[in-house]
Design a protein around this ligand. Structure first.
Ligand code: SF4
Ligand code: SF4
Ligand code: FES
Length: 483
């Protein structure tokens, strides 16, 4: 360990650490744009300037240097907020905003932009330049998912380094020089096909890289982030699901606007996904905002919930050889409830709810896993997996099958068996079941998933469920005492 001083206070640091790393680890604030803890250090933005002096040097005789690329050394003295430092940061911000449009009023990054924060803290003055700002492309289509505003780009190169060092597509670069420099994608379309491309939106420290689906949809201070887990594959990345705050509900528009997923961002979790997620995780609205099933049914006939539950009880009571296909999207809590209430009455198997979609990346070395079901590990701790030849799971005298969750074709079920079906989506199979019960989705309840490594992650409810829709746990509790 090395001891040195930040603002007069002794600080312990590892030998290999930089001043920035040691300062962060010890709770001292130093601003940064180009530095990112998971990327290489280019040292190009110069905002992290600190005043440094060696042991024995008098106060004020130190030199200015960047904290992100300066290794710690024993006894060194660092000032993070001296007069000299503040003046240099002001000059740096004047330089950075020389050609920047400062159009924060219409920028999606407003409220989350470090340029805005540092400008307020260290500069706050109008531009000293008498020249007209250099104009550049305002809406460059970087990909189908991302739009680039070159006027707001401060050329920190975080996005470029991300594609070189993390997603390894080498899909972005800098074209031209000086104030004509432009971030541009390589011509072979690699950025379009980078399954991690949207991470550059998060790491861009300004409003230069913007999500097209989220573009001008909401100011971020109207939104709330609910911690959740991406169900897109067995990695189970930690995410924040952003949705409208109740105090900022829209009154004049479609009520669904208040109960929709506005955006999904990574929730840093070193044990699972670090600070990244893949693009599928950003598109959870496409999974959860499909048409929902909200009406209990018996043989396709709408019935009240108590009638449907009574019908399911009667089927379970009458069954001699019932089989249950358990959802690999169910939470640990739901699986446990099923295990303690109903599982003894059934031969149980864990089924696959979701297969990879057309063109979807199956697997890679970063995050994406081949099983597109988030809780197979949790389910398989309690129940065996359904054999590949599904028919072998059904004895010849199977007279009832409880199917929990989507993704299983009824054509594979024994022709004469009755069917109880629990599903969340509006699908043709619903009407073919003897009893159909609509159940909630994970954004309407809390729970936990166990990922392929055995890491358990919790998710919270974002939205209320509709009348007529039950949590699977409530269904099992209601059916649990069926003799
Ligand atoms: S687009 Fe954003 S992340 Fe990329 S270089 Fe410009 S400011 Fe940095
Ligand atoms: S890697 Fe898997 S769990 Fe993570 S965001 Fe992508 S689909 Fe979701
Ligand atoms: S953060 Fe140190 S130079 Fe950019």
């Amino acid at each position: 360990m090395i001891e040195f001083f930040i603002n007069g206070q002794p600080v312990q640091a590892e030998d290999h650490q930089t001043v920035m790393q040691a300062a962060k680890a010890n709770g001292h604030f130093i601003p940064y744009f180009c530095w990112h803890p998971q990327l290489s250090v280019p040292g190009n933005c110069r905002i992290c300037m600190v005043e440094v002096s060696n042991e024995g040097q008098s106060e004020g005789s130190g030199w200015l240097d960047i904290a992100c690329n300066m290794p710690v050394s024993p006894g060194m003295r660092v000032l993070t907020d001296s007069q000299k430092v503040r003046l240099r940061r002001k000059e740096t911000l004047q330089f950075i905003t020389l050609n920047h449009p400062v159009d924060c009023g219409i920028c999606d990054k407003a409220g989350e932009c470090t340029l805005q924060d540092y400008h307020f803290e260290y500069n706050g003055s109008p531009s000293i330049s008498r020249d007209a700002k250099v104009q550049s492309t305002k809406h460059f289509a970087l990909s189908e998912r991302i739009v680039l505003d070159n006027e707001r780009c401060i050329l920190c190169t975080r996005c470029v380094r991300f594609t070189h060092e993390v997603s390894k597509t080498h899909a972005l670069g800098v074209q031209n020089r000086g104030d004509h420099s432009l971030i541009r994608p390589v011509e072979d379309g690699a950025f379009e096909h980078d399954p991690y491309s949207d991470n550059v939106i998060d790491i861009c420290p300004v409003g230069a890289l913007l999500s097209r689906p989220f573009l001008h949809k909401a100011r971020v201070w109207y939104l709330k982030a609910t911690p959740s887990v991406c169900p897109g594959c067995e990695r189970g990345c930690s995410v924040n699901i952003w949705h409208r705050k109740s105090e900022w509900k829209l009154k004049a528009l479609d009520a669904k606007q208040n109960a929709r997923i506005d955006r999904v961002t990574p929730l840093e979790n070193p044990a699972v996904n670090g600070p990244w997620i893949c693009n599928k995780g950003r598109d959870l609205a496409m999974i959860f905002e499909r048409a929902r099933a909200e009406q209990p049914m018996q043989k396709g006939r709408p019935v009240d919930l108590p009638v449907a539950l009574a019908g399911a009880r009667a089927l379970i009571q009458a069954a001699r050889r019932p089989v249950a296909l358990v959802s690999s999207w169910a939470s640990n809590e739901e699986l446990q409830t099923f295990h303690t209430t109903l599982a003894q009455r059934f031969d149980c198997f864990v089924k696959t709810d979701c297969q990879p979609g057309p063109g979807e990346r199956i697997e890679d070395d970063l995050l994406i896993k081949p099983d597109k079901n988030p809780n197979r590990a949790g389910a398989c701790r309690l129940f065996p997996a359904l054999p590949d030849a599904a028919a072998t799971a059904f004895p010849a005298d199977t007279d009832l099958v409880l199917v929990w969750g989507e993704g299983f074709s009824f054509a594979q079920l024994p022709a004469t068996a009755k069917i109880i079906y629990l599903n969340s989506w509006l699908q043709p199979e619903n009407g073919h079941a003897d009893v159909f019960l609509p159940i909630s989705v994970m954004t309407e309840r809390r729970g936990r998933y166990t990922n392929f490594q055995g890491v358990v992650s919790a998710f919270e409810a974002c939205f209320e469920k509709q009348p007529g829709v039950l949590d699977a746990e409530a269904v099992f509790a209601a059916l649990g005492d069926t003799p």
